[in-house]
Design a binder for this molecule. Structure first.
Ligand SMILES: [Mn+2]
Length: 287
C-alpha cells in the first residue's frame, strides 16, 4: 500500500485493527485544481478533529458507532503539485481497501479525488451507480483547458460508468454545456435532494452504489467552509434525512469532499461532514 503520513488522530470510535474492519476511512488531501480558494488539504484533519464533538450514539437510527467495525488509515501522502502521481496513489490505496473486501470511506480534498476512487471501485463492482450530492454539476468537458479538475470530475466519471448511471441531486450551478450532458443522466435534480432521491431509489436498489458528497450542496449559512460556496442550498436536516433513504442501498464506497477549514472558523462545516459520516457508518455497516 502507498505510504501514509502519520495521522494526529483517528475518526471518532475507529478501531485500531484493520483486518476485521468492514469499512476503512482514509484521507485524500488533494488541493491542486481548486479554482476559487484553496485549503481543502486540511479537510481530512478537520473532519477527524470535529468528530469528537459528536456522541457515538445515533438518535436517528438507534445505533451506536462503537458497534461498527471500521478503521482509519490516515491520509495518503500526496506529493505537492504532482497531480497524476497523486491520483495514482489514491487509486492504489482504494484498490487495496476494495481488494480486502472493505468499503472505502474517503475524506477529501477537492472533488477530483472521486475520479481515482471510483475507477478502483468500478473495476470490482460492475453496474456501479453514483449518487452525487453537490451544488455544482462538475460536468464540464474541460476547465481552463484541463481535462482533470474538480469542475470536470463527474464528466470523466460519466465517461467511465455511462452518464445514465450518474444521479445528481442538489445542483444549483452549471453552464449550458453541462445542462446538455445532464439530460443523459439517470437523474438530475435542481436545488433539492429528497424528492429526487425518493424517485431514484427504485432504480438504485439491487445494484452497487457509490455516494459522493460535496459539502457545498449544503447552504453556505450552514456550511461556509468550502472552496466555492453557492447560495440557496439544502439544510443539514435534508442531508441527514437523505442518509436514511440511502440506508437501504448497497453502498460500496463513499466520500465527503471540499471541506475547507480555512473558511470554517467555528468548524461547523467539518462537524456536519463528521455527522454525515457517523450516520452513514452506523446505517450502512453496522454489525
Ligand atoms: Mn463538486
Amino acid at each position: 500500500m502507498a505510504e501514509f503520513v502519520v495521522k494526529e488522530q483517528d475518526f471518532l470510535a475507529a478501531r485500531p485493527e484493520y483486518t476485521s474492519a468492514r469499512a476503512v476511512i482514509f484521507g485524500a488531501p488533494l488541493d491542486i485544481t481548486v479554482c476559487f480558494r484553496s485549503g481543502t488539504r486540511g479537510g481530512p484533519a478537520a473532519v477527524r478533529a470535529m468528530s469528537y464533538c459528536l456522541e457515538e450514539y445515533s438518535l436517528d437510527q438507534g445505533r451506536d458507532l462503537r458497534s461498527v467495525a471500521f478503521h482509519d488509515l490516515g491520509d495518503v501522502l500526496l506529493p505537492p503539485g504532482a497531480i497524476q502521481e497523486s491520483l495514482a496513489r489514491i487509486e492504489a490505496v482504494t484498490e487495496c481497501v476494495c481488494g480486502d473486501g472493505k468499503v472505502p470511506v474517503v475524506f477529501g480534498g477537492e472533488h477530483l479525488i472521486t475520479w481515482p476512487v471510483v475507477r478502483a471501485i468500478a473495476a470490482r463492482h460492475s453496474g456501479l451507480a453514483l449518487v452525487h450530492l453537490d451544488a455544482h454539476a462538475d460536468l464540464r468537458a474541460e476547465y481552463l483547458g484541463v481535462a482533470f479538475s474538480h469542475a470536470t470530475v463527474m464528466r470523466r466519471i460519466g465517461e467511465l460508468l455511462g452518464p445514465e448511471n450518474l444521479f445528481h441531486f442538489g445542483i444549483r450551478s452549471a453552464d449550458r454545456s453541462e445542462m446538455e450532458v445532464a439530460r443523459r443522466s439517470g437523474a438530475f435534480h435542481l436545488h433539492r435532494i429528497l424528492p429526487g432521491l425518493v424517485e431514484a431509489l427504485a432504480v438504485l436498489r439491487n445494484r452497487p452504489v457509490y455516494v459522493s458528497l460535496d459539502m457545498d450542496v449544503v447552504d453556505p449559512a450552514f456550511a461556509p467552509g468550502v472552496g466555492t460556496p453557492e447560495p440557496a442550498g439544502v439544510t443539514p436536516q435534508e442531508l441527514l434525512d437523505a442518509v436514511r433513504l440511502l440506508r437501504g442501498l448497497s453502498i460500496v464506497g463513499l466520500d465527503v469532499v471540499e471541506v475547507n477549514p480555512v473558511y470554517d472558523p467555528s468548524g461547523i462545516t467539518a462537524l456536519l461532514a463528521a455527522k454525515f459520516i457517523r450516520e452513514m457508518l452506523v446505517g450502512l455497516v453496522c454489525d
